[in-house]
Design a protein around this ligand. Structure first.
Ligand SMILES: [Zn+2]
Length: 162
């Protein structure tokens, strides 16, 4: 793992580097922050290993990420509803440099946008796991995978449908 580093400047003064600190190395793999009230039901469901989406009481449109009002009808009654977790691959990118220190031993990281089965164009971003980058193709059947990163934070990721 990385260490704090120190250099001496031309005048002999010590320069402390904050490039890679011990604190950074203790971050969860993705440093997700499930703390805002709007998205808390999503994260609470994830901790139970369920995928829930916000759904408008008036018109039934689902939204991700959660919204304060429905973009389709303006309705403010927005509860959360469970989904199957099934999705197809919409697009992706492959990261060869870690986006944060917790990813260092997970390279390459595949960041994907998936289309959830329950609604056309209901897109969600997440990491792809259990698949090699060269096996990816648009439309690939996927399913949600849940990873308990900390006691309070479970990540929703996607892997190939079993
Ligand atoms: Zn609506």
């Amino acid at each position: 793992m990385g260490k704090a580093w120190r250099l001496r400047g031309r005048n002999g003064r010590r320069i402390s580097g904050a490039h890679e600190t011990d604190a950074a190395n203790r971050l969860p793999a993705t440093a997700a922050s499930p703390s805002d009230p709007l998205s808390e039901p999503f994260w609470a469901a994830a901790r139970r290993h369920e995928l829930h989406m916000q759904k408008c009481d008036a018109c039934g449109r689902m939204a991700y990420p959660p919204e304060v009002a429905c973009r389709n009808c303006g309705g403010a009654g927005l509860g959360f509803t469970p989904l199957s977790g099934r999705a197809t691959l919409h697009s992706w990118t492959v990261l060869h440099d870690p986006p944060s220190p917790g990813f260092r031993d997970r390279l390459p990281v595949i960041l994907a946008v998936v289309e959830l089965e329950e609604q056309a164009r209901l897109l969600m971003s997440g990491n792809l796991v259990d698949i090699a980058a060269d096996a990816l193709r648009i439309g690939l059947p996927l399913e949600a995978r849940f990873e308990d990163v900390t006691e309070d934070c479970t990540l929703v990721q996607f892997g190939p449908a079993r």
